[in-house]
Ligand binder design. Structure first.
Ligand SMILES: [Zn+2]
Length: 71
């Protein structure tokens, strides 16, 4: 009977250590921040993230105004 208790205790301890280990691995990972491409406005040359730029004929602009001025 005492052997069964010992086996259960060892299994529980192994599970507890594994759980703690897996949590520490997850915590070490930095948050998944996707670096974004920086692009230059074809009119004024200011740098901005690609998602904020306005594309026109393969050129990227920082604003509507600069897109129209460059035409
Ligand atoms: Zn611009």
């Amino acid at each position: 009977m005492s052997r069964l208790v010992l086996i259960v205790a060892v299994i529980f301890l192994a599970w507890w250590i594994l759980r703690k280990y897996l949590r520490s691995i997850r915590r070490e990972k930095p948050p998944a921040a996707v670096p974004e491409d920086m692009v230059r406005c074809a009119h004024c040359g200011v740098h901005l993230p690609r998602s904020e730029g306005l594309a026109d004929n393969g050129r990227i602009y920082c604003s509507d105004d600069h897109m129209h001025r460059d035409r």
